[in-house]
Design a protein around this ligand. Structure first.
Ligand SMILES: [Zn+2]
Ligand SMILES: [Zn+2]
Length: 134
């Protein structure tokens, strides 16, 4: 199974092999700012299964003890992939960039303490009020 995620203009692409290890919906305020939406959804893949094509710029930030480095398209600004110090051997791909509505749903939800009141995730998904999943 191979999938390709791209930025809004198509310049930056990421091809991934296999299924993600983790699909994480994160409600934290940093993800809200990163996406411009009210939560972010990341699919974490083993680094060796991820290939980046195109030009990217990087933005680094910290969140508590964790460090994040986002790669975004310099032409259109879309955040396509990032790395978290909590999961050093994996690369997170922004699920929306796959533009695939049948993509596997979140298996974990983080930062419910910062979740907008109207947002609902499927029953039975592991959730944590803070970042417990990286
Ligand atoms: Zn772009
Ligand atoms: Zn977050």
């Amino acid at each position: 199974m191979e999938r390709t995620a791209t930025c809004a203009c198509g310049q930056l692409g990421v091809t991934v092999e296999g299924e993600p290890d983790l699909v994480l919906a994160c409600n934290c305020l940093d993800c809200q700012r990163r996406t411009g939406s009210v939560f972010g959804v990341a699919a974490y893949f083993p680094e060796r299964q991820v290939r980046l094509d195109g030009e990217s710029k990087r933005f680094s930030r910290t969140s508590g003890a964790l460090a994040f480095e986002t790669s975004f398209c310099p032409a259109c600004g879309t955040s396509v992939v990032w790395r978290s110090s909590a999961r050093p051997d994996q690369v997170a791909v922004a699920v929306g960039c796959f533009a695939e509505p049948s993509f596997p749903p979140p298996t974990a939800v983080a930062w419910t303490s910062e979740q907008h009141g109207w947002v609902r995730f499927p029953d039975g998904v592991a959730s944590n009020s803070k970042s417990a999943f990286g």
